[in-house]
Design a protein around this ligand. Structure first.
Ligand code: NDP
Ligand code: AKG
Length: 459
């Protein structure tokens, strides 16, 4: 496989227009930086990096779309937010108190949709930013949902399963007025799992007096989960990688891949990339990473992680730290852990040709500019990791109609939706001479703004 960027050779001819030949994902020299908000809608000085980034991304899309300030403000402002206190009686009798949040950023296209995160970094701004990303993500893949997100500021590694169940049930009770299958539907995110979703579903159902599987997605199959949801985010990452490589006339077979994060997204991505014939040369978790230029034996690594809880110590590769992993010379780098890992310090070191964002918000605005200037194609989170919410949507539809699709049907529908969303974003990127991120944002933001206008909420 060539390591040259030759995207211009492989354009989707159906979608071409008369704009100058431009590689999807590369930025137009005329475009101003997107990080600053427009005058009159300044990013609050107190905004955290994720929230400032999310507002900056929206400001960039609004500028391209030429929307006026009132509409910009509507799109920037979360519809509903709830902050809750979540007390926990620990197994040893002590009491601890956690902060919990649920934010519905936008509900103009349908109910709020988005994950529940358990992580010590969770705060109001982070959840706000993630909820806004969900709004654009659901719109990019054309789901009838708005965007929402929830979180509890807890490190799940420090608590027993019984304690996490109590935290989940108390959090669910506290945010109960906001959620429901027609209002706001949760799913797993960092630090939560299908078991967490079963507890949310049970707590909600008990409060209503009957079983309501549609209040969550990403739940176990035994209580109405969908085939294919557990692997959907990762499979979506692989689908868009295949599409991005096809744009430059290349195939995933033989491509070298480095993956940061070996949780629900990263581990399945490693397996699926390997099944597709890619060479997974590096992986990591929060304790460290592994590198083997000849390729890591992923099934053996999965056994090692199941036995030890970490990738660290696996014998078939050399140790590598997380920063070094980001700087490896590979075809594809998949950040699939926390946000902000590609910033003004690490972005200059990136030698990957494609960054495919499995995580939400892994690239800061500064890093985006640095990567674009280096010619690195960034497939943005709101497209790259949308496979999870796509199959969540299929799960919700199945739960609501109580009729189940087989795995082939789900995988085919997921593949179709991911490849068509990529084609649409790439065509917009080429036509307007903007990055794939700006193109995805333009599509998502425009669909949400149209919903506001058509509904008359914004006459
Ligand atoms: N799950 C889903 O369906 C979706 C998830 N996402 C996004 O993908 C990302 C990962 O989510 P998910 O896989 O569900 O989360 P998990 O909690 O399952 O896994 C997170 C992984 O990231 C690792 N990690 C945590 N901190 C660091 C760090 N500082 N450096 C390197 N690795 C680290 C963890 O390491 P360790 O194993 O050692 O704890 C773990 O391997 C998040 O940004 C999430 O929002 C996006 C769309 C859908
Ligand atoms: O499956 C879902 O509903 C959303 C998953 C999620 O939180 C995300 O895509 O970031």
């Amino acid at each position: 496989m060539s390591t040259q960027n030759t995207a211009a050779a492989a354009h989707d001819t159906e979608q071409q227009d008369d704009s100058p030949e431009q590689r999807p994902g590369s930025s137009s020299p005329e475009r101003p930086p997107v990080a600053s908000a427009r005058p009159g809608l300044a990013v609050p000085a107190t905004a955290s990096v994720p929230w400032a980034n999310a507002l900056g991304q929206l400001a960039g899309a609004v500028e391209i779309l030429g929307y006026e300030e009132g509409l910009h403000e509507m799109l920037a402002t979360p519809r509903r937010e709830i902050n809750v206190a979540v007390p926990l009686r620990r197994d040893d009798g002590r009491v601890e108190l956690f902060k919990g949040f649920r934010v519905q950023h936008n509900v103009s296209r349908g109910p709020g949709k988005g994950g529940l995160r358990f992580h010590p970094s969770v705060d109001a701004d982070e959840v706000r930013a993630l909820a806004m990303l969900m709004t654009w993500k659901c719109a990019v893949v054309d789901l009838p949902y708005g965007g929402a997100k929830g979180g509890v500021g807890i490190d799940p590694a420090g608590y027993s399963e019984r304690e996490l169940e109590r935290v989940t049930r108390r959090y669910t009770s506290e945010i109960m007025p906001m959620i429901g299958p027609e209002r706001d539907i949760m799913a797993p995110d960092m630090g939560t799992s299908e078991k967490t979703m079963a507890w949310v579903m049970d707590t909600y159902s008990v409060s209503q007096g009957y079983t309501i599987p549609g209040v969550v997605t990403g739940k176990p199959l035994a209580v109405g989960g969908s085939l294919g949801r557990a692997t959907a985010t990762s499979r979506g990452v692989v689908h868009v990688t295949i599409s991005a490589l096809a744009e430059v006339g290349e195939e995933v077979t033989g491509a070298t891949v480095a993956i940061q994060g070996f949780g629900k997204v990263g581990a399945h991505a490693a397996s699926i990339f390997a099944e597709e014939g890619a060479r997974v040369v590096a992986v990591s978790d929060q304790f460290g990473g592994l590198h083997n230029a000849a390729g890591i034996d992923v099934p053996r690594l999965l056994d090692h992680v199941a036995a030890t809880g970490s990738v660290v110590g696996f014998e078939g590769a050399d140790p590598v730290d997380n920063d070094t992993l980001l700087a490896l010379e590979v075809d594809v780098l998949v950040p699939a852990a926390i946000d902000g890992v590609l910033d003004s310090r690490t972005a200059p070191t990136v030698r990957a040709r494609f960054v495919v964002e499995g995580a939400n918000g892994p690239t800061t605005a500064d890093a985006d500019r640095i990567l674009a200037a280096k010619g690195v194609v960034v497939v943005p989170d709101i497209l790259a990791n949308a496979g999870g919410v796509v199959v969540s949507y299929f799960e919700w539809v199945q739960s609501n109609q109580t009729y189940w699709w087989d795995a082939n049907e789900i995988e085919q529908k997921l593949a179709d939706r991911m490849h068509s969303a990529f084609r649409e974003v790439a065509a917009t990127s080429r036509a307007q001479g903007i990055t794939l991120r700006d193109a995805a944002l333009v599509i998502g933001v425009r669909r949400v703004a149209e919903a506001h206008q058509i509904r008359g909420l914004y006459p």
